[in-house]
Design a protein around this ligand. Structure first.
Ligand SMILES: [Zn+2]
Ligand SMILES: [Zn+2]
Length: 173
């Protein structure tokens, strides 16, 4: 485990109730997100969590703030944002519920928050990223960015001729 999102729990031991607050800034690992939007590798992730020893493991709860970089689904412009996700996960000690393959585990008294963070961020990312809620997008006729040219429109006469041409080519098939 080499991620900067690993928390050392040796100081808590296994005394139920022992707790500490961990605030750290880590460098983002590769590949959090989708093709359209995600967390840029090596951007800062700010982790702020309460780490508590409970009977069967270590409970981590709090949040993380990440930087977001993506592409607007309407105008293909850059989308930058900051997002805070809630984190809450119980990391089981080795040997506790050994058949639970889904469980996150304490390994060598360390907990790796990265997979939990990864899941939380991906769930919270917008399915259709927008540079701003009212992005006007690209003109469907010519591809001009209508955010840059709000008055952009086509001459109706030309559009009508195009429509006729389209009809004609459809009939000729
Ligand atoms: Zn846009
Ligand atoms: Zn146009």
């Amino acid at each position: 485990m080499t991620s900067g999102l690993v928390i050392d729990t040796r100081d808590l031991g296994r005394r139920a109730g022992a707790a500490k607050t961990v605030r750290l800034t880590a460098s983002a690992p590769e590949g959090i997100g989708t093709e359209m939007i995600g967390v840029p590798p090596e951007s800062p992730i700010e982790l702020d969590v309460h780490v508590e020893s409970v009977g069967e493991g270590i409970l981590v709860s709090g949040d993380a703030t990440v930087q977001i970089l993506g592409e607007c689904a309407r105008c293909l412009g850059e989308v930058t944002d900051e997002m805070t996700v809630d984190l809450q996960e119980l990391f089981l000690h080795p040997g506790v519920e050994p058949d639970d393959e889904e469980a996150h585990r304490v390994q060598n008294e360390l907990v790796d928050v990265e997979p939990v963070l990864r899941d939380a961020v991906v769930l919270d990312l917008p399915f259709t990223p927008l540079c701003r809620p009212d992005c006007a997008g690209l003109c469907p006729t010519c591809g001009v960015d209508r955010n840059a040219e709000p008055d952009h429109r086509h001459d109706d006469a030309i559009d009508a001729r195009w429509a006729q041409l389209t009809e004609w080519s459809a009939e000729s098939d």
